[in-house]
Design a protein around this ligand. Structure first.
Ligand code: MN
Length: 173
């Protein structure tokens, strides 16, 4: 499990940023019974460019995507979601200011939180195959959603792992 957070920990200096380090002691505290509902969080992150970080609890970490424009309730709108490094579970509670000069410098606030439920009984496999269908029960967002890996090339020179976040057609659309 620890190796999943290697990228997260490499990118940050925990003597400078107030973000959680994801060290084992903290992870033990965060551990929940396997039957407990899985959490999701969306953090508004006022970094160099404002974006929304969408995080789903899966296999002991928070799978994470940066969504420049944030989620859309319109099923006809596909929102670019750049898959980023796994974050520790306790990151779902994080709000604060990442100091200048640090990775992701800027203000982070929780925009929405709640629980999520995958449509299938193999969400880990779905994630690995690049298509996750699920429902959210949050304060702002609910109903069915799809995250699907995109073959689209992002504009920049850096190769990004791009996905799309799409609202399903339902009463919450
Ligand atoms: Mn971010």
């Amino acid at each position: 499990m620890a190796d999943k957070l290697d990228a997260y920990q490499r990118m940050r200096r925990f003597n400078q940023t107030p973000e959680p380090s994801g060290q084992p002691a903290a992870k033990r505290r965060a551990k929940k019974a396997p039957e407990a509902a899985m959490s999701f969080v969306i953090q508004e992150h006022d970094a160099r460019r404002l974006h929304y970080d969408f995080r789903l609890e899966l296999d002991g970490t928070l799978k994470s995507w940066a969504i420049p424009k944030g989620p859309s309730l319109d099923p006809g709108v596909k929102r670019l979601a750049v898959h980023v490094e796994d974050h520790p579970l306790e990151y779902a509670q994080f709000e604060g200011r990442i100091p200048a000069g640090n990775y992701g410098a800027g203000e982070v606030i929780v925009w929405d939180r709640g629980t999520w439920e995958p449509d299938s009984d193999d969400p880990g496999g779905d994630f690995a195959r690049g298509k996750l269908k699920f429902s959210l029960a949050g304060d702002k967002l609910s109903g069915g959603w799809t995250l699907v890996k995109s073959r689209m090339r992002s504009g920049g020179s850096k190769e990004q792992d791009t996905w799309l976040l799409i609202k399903e057609r339902d009463a919450q659309a």
